[in-house]
Design a protein around this ligand. Structure first.
Ligand SMILES: *Cc1c(COP(=O)(O)O)cnc(C)c1O
Length: 486
C-alpha cells in the first residue's frame, strides 16, 4: 500500500545487460558462418513459438536474451555472412553498430536545429565530407545553395525528388510526365504514384544492349509527350541498376534534361560508394548535371541500415516543396535564417541522430580503409566473372563494371531456377536472381564486409557442382522435357 514501485532497469542492470548484449553480438558475428545463410523456417514457425498475449508482469532480461537464441535466430537470414551474395551487400560494421547505439542512447530527435544542434551540424558536415570523398560536384555542398541530408532509403530520396520537381513546375499535375528506364528501380514507380502524378504518365524508356537507358529513345518520348500537350517534368538516371549494374549515360541524359527543363535525379544507391576510389569515378561522369543525387552507405559503405545520402543542387527547391511552419515549431534560430532545419528536407517531422554512425565509420576506416574494401570486392567480382567465362556450361551476361556478376547456366530457365533453389536450400550460401533479356539470370553481389577470396571460390565451386548434379539427374531432366512439351 502506497509502496513506491519502479519498473525501470537500474543503471547497474543496464550496464550488465549492455555488456552481455555486446558480447552476444560479437560471438554471433564470429560464428555467423555456422548458420544456414538463408533461414530455413516455414511461414508461421516463428509466431508459433511466441506467447499469444503480452506479459502482464515484466520479465527478466536474461529470459529475453535467451529467447533471441531460441525463437529469433532460426528465423534469421544472415545478411552479415561472408557467404551472403544475394540482392546487395548490407554492411553493418562494428563502428556503425556502435554509432547506432550511441544515437539511440542519446535519444534525441533532430527535426529542428534547436532540438539538438549537434544532430544537424554533424550531419551537414559529414555529408559535405562525402562530397569530397566521392568527388561529387561542389554545388551539392551546404556552403553553396545546395546541400545534403540523410534520408532513410533511396526510395525516400526518389519520393522527395519527384515532389520537388512537381512543385518547381507549378503546372497541372495531371499533365506532368516522368521518365526513367525499364531497368530503373521500382522505387521510381512508387515515387511517381505517391507524389500524385498519374501512374500512366511514367515513361519507362528502352535500354541499349548494355541495359543502360537510351538517350535517343528518351528524347523521342519527350517530343511525343510535348506534342500530345503533356508537360515533361522529371528524369531519373541510375548509376548501377539493380538487375545488371548498368550505368546510364548521365552526360547525355543531363543534356536532354536541361534542354527540356526536367528535374534530373541520379540514383546511385548501391554503386555510388565505388566513387570513393578515384579510378572508379567514371561511373559518375555527368552527375554535375543532376538536380539531385543519392547513394546508400547502408549498402556497400560499411554502415548499417538505414542510411541514404541525398544531395540537391538548389536546397530552396526542396524546402519550398516540403516546408510547413506550424505555430508550435516556431523558434528564434529558425527565424534567424542561420540554421538548417532538416524536417523541411524529408517526409516525416522527427528524425534520428543518424550521422553519428556515418561519422564513426568514416573516422574508424578512414578513406583508405573504405577504398580498400571497394577495390577488394571489385577485384573479386572480376575474378569470378573470369571463371564463369572460362566454363562453357555458363554464360557471363554482362562484364561486371563493379561488384555484381550476372551470369546463367546455358541450359535454360528451369535449370537456373533449380540451381538457385538447391544452393539456397543447402544453406551454404545465398544467391538471388533477376531477368535479363527475358531469361532467368543469377546475380552474385560481392560486397559483404567479411567476404574473402576463399568464400567466392567456394561459391563458384558449389554452383558448378550443383549444376552438374542437376544435369546428371535423370528425374529432373525428364521433368524439364515434359514441361517443355506441355
Ligand atoms: C537498392 C536500390 C534501391 C532501393 O534502395 P532503398 O534504400 O532500399 O530504398 C534503389 N535503387 C537502386 C539502384 C538500388 O540498388
Amino acid at each position: 500500500m502506497g509502496e513506491k514501485r519502479d519498473y525501470h532497469m537500474s543503471p547497474e542492470e543496464f550496464r550488465h545487460w549492455g555488456y552481455q548484449t555486446i558480447d552476444w553480438l560479437v560471438d554471433y558475428r564470429q560464428k555467423v558462418e555456422e548458420f544456414p545463410v538463408l533461414s530455413q523456417v516455414e511461414p508461421g514457425d516463428i509466431r508459433a513459438k511466441l506467447p499469444s498475449n503480452a506479459p502482464q508482469q515484466g520479465e527478466s532480461f536474461a529470459e529475453i536474451l535467451a529467447d533471441i537464441d531460441r525463437i529469433i535466430m532460426p528465423g534469421i537470414t544472415h545478411w552479415q555472412s561472408p557467404n551472403f551474395f544475394g540482392f546487395f551487400p548490407a554492411g553493418a560494421s562494428a563502428p556503425s553498430i556502435l554509432g547506432e547505439l550511441m544515437s539511440s542512447g542519446l535519444g534525441v530527435l533532430g527535426f529542428l536545429w534547436a532540438t539538438s544542434p549537434a544532430c544537424t551540424e554533424l550531419e551537414t558536415h559529414v555529408l559535405d565530407w562525402l562530397i569530397d570523398m566521392l568527388g561529387l560536384p561542389d554545388h551539392f555542398k551546404s556552403s553553396t545553395g545546395g546541400g545534403g541530408v540523410l534520408q532513410d532509403t533511396a526510395c525516400s530520396a526518389a519520393i522527395v525528388s519527384v515532389i520537388a520537381a512537381r512543385e518547381q513546375k507549378k503546372a497541372d499535375i495531371n499533365r506532368l510526365v516522368a521518365y526513367t528506364s525499364t531497368e530503373a528501380h521500382s522505387s521510381l514507380e512508387k515515387a511517381v504514384r505517391i507524389s500524385g502524378l498519374r501512374p500512366e504518365n511514367l515513361r519507362l524508356i528502352d535500354i541499349d544492349h548494355h541495359y543502360a537507358m537510351s538517350p535517343d529513345r528518351l528524347e523521342q518520348a519527350i517530343k511525343a509527350d510535348l506534342q500530345a500537350g503533356l508537360i515533361p517534368c522529371y528524369l531519373a538516371g541510375t548509376v548501377g541498376t539493380t538487375s545488371s549494374n548498368a550505368i546510364d549515360p548521365l552526360t547525355r541524359l543531363g543534356a536532354i534534361a536541361q534542354k527540356y527543363d526536367l528535374w534530373f535525379h541520379v540514383d546511385g544507391a548501391m554503386s555510388g560508394t565505388a566513387a570513393l576510389c578515384p579510378e572508379l569515378r567514371w561511373i559518375h561522369q555527368g552527375v554535375e548535371l543532376a538536380d539531385s543525387y543519392c547513394f546508400n552507405p547502408h549498402k556497400w559503405m560499411m554502415t548499417n541500415f538505414d542510411c541514404n545520402c541525398f544531395y540537391v543542387r538548389d536546397r530552396l527547391k526542396l524546402t519550398n516543396a516540403l516546408s510547413i511552419m506550424p505555430e508550435y515549431l516556431k523558434n528564434e534560430a529558425t527565424d534567424s535564417g542561420k540554421v538548417i532545419d532538416y524536417r523541411d528536407w524529408q517526409l516525416p517531422l522527427s528524425r534520428r541522430f543518424k550521422s553519428l554512425k556515418l561519422w564513426f565509420v568514416i573516422r574508424h576506416y578512414g578513406i583508405e580503409g573504405l577504398q580498400h574494401y571497394v577495390r577488394k570486392h571489385v577485384a573479386l567480382a572480376k575474378e569470378f566473372a573470369q571463371w564463369v567465362k572460362l566454363d562453357p556450361a555458363f554464360k557471363l551476361v554482362v562484364n561486371p563494371p563493379l561488384n555484381l556478376v550476372c551470369f546463367r547456366h546455358q541450359g535454360g530457365d528451369l535449370i537456373n531456377q533449380e540451381i538457385l533453389n538447391r544452393i539456397n536450400e543447402s544453406g551454404t550460401m545465398y544467391l538471388t536472381s533477376t531477368k535479363l533479356d527475358q531469361k532467368l539470370t543469377l546475380r552474385m553481389a560481392i560486397g559483404q564486409a567479411e567476404t574473402e577470396r576463399e568464400n567466392v571460390k567456394l561459391a563458384w565451386k558449389l554452383i558448378r557442382s550443383v549444376a552438374e548434379k542437376i544435369i546428371n539427374d535423370n528425374d529432373f531432366t525428364c521433368q524439364i522435357s515434359t514441361e517443355k512439351a506441355a
